[in-house]
Design a protein around this ligand. Structure first.
Ligand code: SF4
Ligand code: SF4
Ligand code: FES
Length: 286
């Protein structure tokens, strides 16, 4: 419909005759499956240092980057170190940087990449290398230990059970999809470029805190830690973490921003603090 005064998408489209463009009769581009040979420029080294080494190998339809790395390991570089487990995007082990982007190697199809040029495969840069594509991610395990554990309120019923609204459960369910691949930690400039591992827990663990803080049964208070020890103020909401998450968790909008709001309410809004004391952690509220 395009009556007077109404501007629709249809009316906003430039006329092809006006622009001089020719209407495309071509079908949508279908990316060709890989065939022939391709070169993979893989980082080889350890904590002391390393360098990129080129390996050319056969590629075939359906292959992912991890397949190519395994093939190179089997045929040309038996000592190439690579961590993987499920090959299904679920264990979070095969994280690396493919052409400079944090990716799960098992979920990155060769058909998505330009194989005319060497494909670079490097370890995550936010963590120390152990060997080749394997990084030491143990810092993440230590961070998790520092976060206050789940602390449920007293049971709601004499039989020791609780009552929760489905909508409250739905809110935290998204955060439980995390596979701890640490790609979000890798891309975050606070860790990757500024190396503030001692002051900032990173997006993965802000998601973890959000899952606990927004849980309808949890009565623990982690707001003081969020502001101080966990360093939430270092996040400037660039959303890079959200863009790389293979589980499509809306890290920034759904986890970090609500946590930042809670910190502001607690420390900079006396009225909000009062409301929180009387309502947020009482039974039935989250
Ligand atoms: S939004 Fe925050 S946590 Fe995510 S990458 Fe940017 S600075 Fe890091
Ligand atoms: S939040 Fe996403 S990117 Fe970050 S560790 Fe979990 S699954 Fe990986
Ligand atoms: S091997 Fe498990 S996520 Fe890639």
């Amino acid at each position: 419909m395009s009556g007077s005064g109404v501007v629709t998408n249809e009316t906003m489209q430039p006329d092809l005759a006006e622009t001089g463009a020719v209407e495309s009769t071509q079908p949508p581009e279908v990316k060709p499956e890989p065939a022939g040979r391709a070169t993979f420029r893989i980082w080889r080294g350890d904590r002391q240092g390393g360098k990129l080494v080129d390996y050319t190998t056969k590629v075939s339809p359906g292959m992912v980057v991890l397949d190519a790395v395994h093939q190179i390991q089997a045929e040309q570089a038996n000592d190439l170190a690579v961590r993987w487990n499920c090959k299904a995007g679920k264990c979070g082990s095969c994280s690396a940087e493919v052409n400079g982007s944090p990716k799960l190697m098992c979920m990155t199809r060769l058909s998505e990449l330009r194989l005319e040029e060497p494909v670079t495969v490097e370890p995550m840069r936010a963590f120390p290398p152990i060997r080749d594509l394997v990084t030491d991610v143990s810092w993440n395990f230590q961070v998790k230990q520092r976060i206050k554990k789940f602390k449920p309120r007293s049971p709601d019923a004499p039989d020791g059970t609780w009552r929760m609204a489905q909508s409250d459960i739905d809110r935290v369910q998204e955060f439980r999809k995390c596979i701890e691949c640490y790609l979000c930690q890798d891309v975050c400039h606070v860790l990757r470029d500024h190396h503030l591992h001692q002051s900032f827990i990173g997006p993965r663990f802000l998601v973890h805190v959000a899952a606990l803080e927004m849980h309808p049964l949890d009565v623990e208070d982690r707001i003081e830690e969020l502001r101080q020890a966990h360093g939430i103020g270092y996040c400037n909401i660039t959303k890079c973490c959200t863009k790389v998450c293979p589980e499509h968790i809306t890290i920034t909008d759904n986890a970090i921003i609500p946590l930042k709001e809670r910190v502001v309410d607690e420390f900079f809004d006396p009225l909000g603090k009062l409301i929180k004391i009387f309502s947020r952690k009482s039974p039935g509220n989250s």
